[in-house]
Design a protein around this ligand. Structure first.
Ligand code: SAM
Length: 378
């Protein structure tokens, strides 16, 4: 199981759902008797039974627990007071800096809803007693109906349903940016389908596919050959995310297939879609901030999309620019891993001066999968 699911040790990241609880409350209940450590390495080397926690310095209300610690039976987890969410996956909602932005937020690619509920929590934190819910909302688009059903469940469980309006089966790309219902949209979070190459336990050689409802959670891509694993063997599909992604192989078919020969084509198709969705978001007239993220490590799906989007007519018409590192939220302006540049891959590279390139790359944020930061690749 270990060699298949995790090649490195990975903390169990736990986001406190501030719609239902607080960090202080969780530390005195679910994590009562746990010892605090300032050293993430101690978490990484701890056994699953060790009672030790680490408070993340970058993202508020985020804890790291020892790898494979089983919190799934705790009442905090069952009641969605705590949500399993990789640290890297907490960056996009936090980066939107909801506190300093007005208006509604669109989540353009929402299921299963980790970032949707995070945005909802940040929005409600801003206004005490959930008053925020009265005048601000999150509009969550999910075009796949089975995934939207999971999104609905997660939003309800997280008590975010008074803030989140779900657009089940809606394609964000088909929205009309100047429609009245979007007139108050101040920010957009975009976390579109991607190759998933940053997911822990997966690289470009191995793809995992689960049938039925679960399949759409795992990946949008479908490998061609299948290899069944033993029944009952437990697999951590996307180990740090959402309850639904962990299941017994009783219900799952795991397929492994080499996809290298198709990688370039796949990246081309994915990045065309990603660019399209990002430039579409740039057309919302009152939107001031967009976060774009993927759980891929490929330049083509990340910096390359950003460079191309910034060069688009939508960006020019809307006056879009990249938010420099200095203007990013406090917890992330100090984040050291920044964008990369891969020469020869950018089809608009001649449009940027060297110093513009440097600024854009410095504004992009990367997470590597590995033990240094304990994040997935993002
Ligand atoms: N943000 C989610 C989270 O943190 O839980 C994960 C999003 S997942 C990477 C991408 C999702 O976007 C998939 O559920 C996919 O079905 C959905 N999607 C892709 N294209 C879409 C579109 N054009 N409109 C709406 N949803 C879309």
């Amino acid at each position: 199981q270990d060699t298949f699911s995790t090649t490195t040790r990975h903390p169990r990241w736990v986001r406190i759902n501030t719609l239902k609880s607080t960090l202080a409350e969780q530390l005195s209940t679910t994590f009562a008797g746990y010892e605090k450590t300032e050293d993430l390495k101690r978490i990484l080397s701890a056994t699953s039974r060790s009672k030790v926690y680490f408070v993340d310095p970058n993202i508020p209300n985020l804890l790291a627990l020892p790898p494979k610690v089983d919190l799934s039976k705790t009442s905090a987890y069952v009641q969605s007071q705590i949500i399993f969410q990789d640290k890297a996956s907490c960056f996009p909602a936090y980066l939107l800096d909801i506190e300093h932005e007005d208006g509604d937020v669109i989540d353009g690619c929402a299921a299963p809803g980790n970032k949707t509920t995070h945005v909802a929590a940040l929005m409600s934190e801003q206004t005490p007693q959930n008053e925020g819910a009265l005048n601000r909302k999150v509009i969550a688009f999910e075009k796949d109906k089975s995934r939207a059903a999971i999104l609905e469940k997660m939003v309800k469980l997280a008590s975010a349903d008074s803030v989140v309006s779900i657009k089940t089966g809606y394609d964000f790309l088909r929205t009309k940016p100047d429609a009245t219902e979007f007139a108050n949209v101040g920010a957009i979070l975009l976390d579109p389908s991607c190759s998933g190459s940053g997911i822990v336990g997966r690289d470009d050689d191995i793809k995992i596919h689960l049938p039925d409802l679960q399949s759409s959670l795992a990946s949008d891509s479908k490998p061609s050959q299948s290899k069944k694993r033993k029944r009952g063997q437990k697999i951590d599909l996307v180990p740090q995310e959402t309850p639904m992604l962990e299941m017994k192989l009783d219900d799952a078919v795991v397929e492994e297939t080499p996809v290298k020969e198709n990688l370039a084509e796949r990246l081309e198709a994915l990045s065309t879609f990603q660019l399209h969705i990002l430039t579409h978001a740039m057309r919302f007239p009152n939107t001031r901030k967009i976060t774009y993220s993927t759980c891929s490590l490929h330049f083509e799906e990340n910096e390359n999309v950003v460079f191309r989007a910034l060069h688009s007519t939508a960006a020019q018409a809307g006056g879009w620019r990249i938010l420099s590192r200095e203007d990013q939220v406090n917890g992330l302006k100090t984040w050291k891993k920044r964008g990369v540049w891969e020469s020869g891959k950018l089809n608009v590279d001649q449009e940027y001066t060297l110093s513009e390139r440097k600024d854009i790359i410095d504004a992009c944020i990367r997470c590597e999968k590995g033990t240094e930061d304990g994040t997935m690749g993002f």
